[in-house]
Design a protein around this ligand. Structure first.
Ligand code: FES
Length: 267
């Protein structure tokens, strides 16, 4: 029989699977995975536990793949590149937003690994979450260069040169892979689903500060709104979890400075 535990989502009681939590064996970990299919009538959130053999360098994503291939083909999770580039495999690993493909089990320092869907996103099934709102917020921030000399959207017909200093102003923000971990860690995203969030705001800053961009007026109207950059209370958790070393919290604060300059007619 399983053991009743308190689930992390909406206070639901969940039940362990067939493997007792206290069970251990050398060279293995207990992988506890959140399971839920919101579309299936009567399906309740629960945790299922699997014993997984651990090899050197094995990641949490590898462990999920092992379960899918050897025990439970129905387990749902998302991934693509398996090398920290595509941003598909975001998940909570022992309560922290991580990329499953970049998180090695040996480095977690525990023989019980808990995997759950990212917070602040609706669950599609098991560890898969819905990024529709995330991408919508990203689009609203106009995450591209706007040029107007030939009409907006028309091809640029000359080379747009930049100095090294101009490039370095925005360069770190180009490293964003849109994995969504920052929004999962943000307490304001959890309170206000309309909040643009650290990812979209940092990208708005990335283009606003680019010397080649001419879209600040339209972009500023989006970020200087009730759900824009001043909703951020500088928790800093977004920057703490970014797997690519980006500092979206810094981007949001610098964006606030641009917005204030605009309000004072200086930009
Ligand atoms: S699978 Fe692409 S970032 Fe993890």
């Amino acid at each position: 029989m399983g053991t009743a535990i308190k689930g992390r989502r909406s206070g639901t009681t969940t039940v362990l699977g067939e493997v007792p939590r206290e069970s251990t064996a050398p060279g293995t970990v207990l992988l506890r995975v959140y399971r839920h299919n919101p579309c299936a009538v009567g399906d309740e959130p629960r945790m299922t536990t699997f014993r997984v053999p651990v090899a050197k360098g094995m990641t949490v994503l590898d462990a999920l793949l092992w379960v899918k291939e050897n025990v439970d083909p129905g387990l749902a999770f998302r991934y693509s590149c398996r090398m920290g580039i595509c941003g598909s495999c975001g998940m909570l690993v022992n309560g922290r937003p991580e990329l499953g493909c970049e998180t090695q089990i040996a480095q977690l320092g525990t023989d019980v690994v808990e995997v759950a869907p990212l917070t602040n996103y609706p669950v599609v099934r098991d560890v898969v979450t819905d990024f529709q709102d995330f991408f919508g917020h990203h689009r609203r921030a106009k995450p591209y260069l706007v040029r107007k000399e030939n009409g907006e959207g028309a091809p640029v017909t000359r080379e747009l040169l930049q100095t090294e200093e101009q490039k370095l102003e925005y360069y770190q923000f180009t490293m964003c892979i849109m994995c969504g971990l920052c929004n999962a860690a943000c307490p304001i995203v959890g309170l206000d689903p309309e909040f643009l969030g650290p990812q979209a705001l940092a990208q708005a800053y990335r283009f606003a500060i680019d010397s080649r961009d001419q879209g600040w007026r339209e972009r500023a109207e989006v970020v200087d709104s009730p759900h824009g950059c001043f909703r951020c209370e500088l928790a800093g958790s977004c920057s703490a979890v970014c797997p690519k070393g980006v500092d979206p919290g810094l981007g949001v604060q610098l964006l606030k400075r641009l917005v204030l300059a605009r309000r004072m007619g200086r930009r």
